[in-house]
Design a protein around this ligand. Structure first.
Ligand SMILES: NC(=O)c1ccc[n+]([C@@H]2O[C@H](COP(=O)([O-])OP(=O)(O)OC[C@H]3O[C@@H](n4cnc5c(N)ncnc54)[C@H](OP(=O)(O)O)[C@@H]3O)[C@@H](O)[C@H]2O)c1
Length: 239
């Protein structure tokens, strides 16, 4: 299946993996809408994409009414990718519940609302792709909240693959990917973290947004894949 002439919406498309997915889809001939919360980030992202077939929309996915309005105005489209997330890491006992709930509000409930209000307008041959993360099945210190949220999303993806069929629903589970998510880390600390992780992985490197984009392209274009969790993690699960 080709993406040429298809309409793709990437929620979280202003940064990191979402931006990578938007770029690949646009290069494959799709009309792409990138949506996220910050108008400045969207403008900057659009400038890097520099494709006439890319437009942007300001959308805060924690606002259910705004999500409903957005998908009632998009018209029919083919594929939805949701990469949007905040930061929800910290020691379990010390981390504020408010921070954990905010993380779920964006990453889980935001994705839930997007899928719910998008489903009626997605083509029957189309797809929805969620993004979880290795912490759902690879417990790590400081990632209890993120892991629980990823597990919830993976379960939602499988449930929706059954309930929304023939629309296909899949989840990509990334390992460590070099994105602006780590922008707050001091450069030296970040480089040491990336280097140490790369050494532990069978792939002997960390991932890049393009690795996730290639997986998203597969899930959008292969009409026989649904209900899966696709690990794109450099072998983290078997390390
Ligand atoms: N990077 C990694 O190593 C890694 C590993 C495992 C899993 N993951 C997961 O992979 C996904 C993508 O991460 P990434 O690294 O690409 O992160 P990123 O570069 O920080 O991008 C996150 C995106 O979410 C958007 N966003 C945040 N809050 C939003 C809201 N309320 N409404 C709409 N959009 C919102 C951001 O745009 P605005 O700021 O404009 O809203 C941005 O476009 C996330 O679910 C993350 O948890 C990442």
């Amino acid at each position: 299946m080709s993406l040429k002439g298809q309409r793709v919406i990437v929620v979280g498309g202003s940064s990191g993996m979402g931006l990578g997915c938007a770029k690949s889809a646009a290069e494959a001939g799709a009309e792409v809408i990138i949506a996220s919360h910050s108008p400045e980030k969207l403008e900057a992202a659009k400038a890097t994409l520099a494709q006439e077939s890319v437009s942007s929309a300001v959308l805060d996915i924690t606002d259910e009414a705004a999500v409903k309005t957005f998908f009632s105005s998009t018209g029919g489209f083919d594929h939805l990718i949701i990469t949007a997330s905040g930061v929800g890491t910290g020691p379990f006992v010390k981390m504020d519940n408010a921070l954990a709930k905010n993380f779920f509000d964006i990453k889980f409930w935001g994705a839930y609302s997007c899928a719910k209000y998008a489903a009626p307008v997605i083509a029957k041959q189309g797809s929805i792709t969620f993004v979880s993360g290795v912490a759902s099945r690879r417990p790590m210190r400081g990632l209890a909240c993120a892991g629980a949220c990823n597990g919830a999303l993976e379960a939602l993806g499988k449930a929706l693959a059954a309930e929304l069929a023939p629309i296909r629903v899949n989840t990509i589970s990334p390992g460590l990917i070099d994105t602006p998510l780590y922008a707050m880390m001091p450069e030296e600390k970040k480089a040491a973290f990336f280097d140490a992780t790369a050494k532990q992985l069978p792939a002997k490197r960390i991932g890049y947004p393009n690795d996730i984009a290639e997986a998203a392209m597969l899930l959008m274009t292969n009409g026989f894949i649904t209900g899966t969790v696709l690990d794109v993690d450099g072998g983290n699960m078997v390390a």
